[in-house]
Design a protein around this ligand. Structure first.
Ligand code: ADP
Length: 158
């Protein structure tokens, strides 16, 4: 059976940390669906369409990757697309605490689902989207935190 994994997140914006987790999972799965979960209470910094466009550009030569978005429960979306794996990255013990309870709840609701965690490479532990957004707001250079080849300054914020 095809091994399909969902990599859910906000990706606002996608960082080198996200990219690293995704590329390291290529040997584990046949297909990896990167999906932006829409949180109705959380307005994005970058519009959804631009985040999707940017992620698609980063992975345009990687046939295992699909990019999309979803509303509602992550497990319902997994069922819909036939994903039996959720991929997540772990940076710190704070990530672990949060991820642990979500993964347990997801497993309780969808027993066939496995959450697969990859430990962040040391050089990416401090990279996170919210700090990248702060640096952008204050006009700083974020190029070393973002995957190469895409110029974020060309994307408009809302
Ligand atoms: P969320 O809004 O659910 O936290 P994110 O887009 O911030 O979504 O993150 C999606 C996934 O990527 C999470 O599993 C998160 O732990 C992981 N991640 C975020 N930043 C990094 C990083 N620097 N290195 C590795 N994994 C990361």
């Amino acid at each position: 059976m095809e091994k399909v994994a969902l990599f859910p997140g906000s990706f606002d914006p996608l960082t080198v940390g996200h990219e690293s987790i995704i590329r390291r999972s290529f040997d584990l799965f046949d297909k990896i669906i990167i999906a932006i979960g829409q949180n109705i209470n959380k307005k994005g910094f970058y519009p959804l369409e631009q985040r999707i466009e940017w992620i698609s550009m980063v992975f345009e030569h990687d046939p295992k990757i699909e990019v999309t978005h979803y509303d509602g429960l992550t497990i319902d979306f997994c069922r819909k697309i036939g994903a039996r794996f959720i991929l997540r990255g772990l940076r710190t013990t704070a990530d672990f605490e949060y991820e642990w309870s979500i993964a347990q709840l997801n497993k309780a609701m969808y027993p066939e689902l496995e959450t697969v965690f990859l430990l962040t490479l040391p050089e990416f532990i401090h990279v996170n989207s919210s700090i990248v957004r702060d640096i952008i707001r204050h006009g700083g250079d974020v190029s070393k935190f973002l995957p190469g080849g895409v110029d974020l300054t060309k994307l408009n914020t809302k």
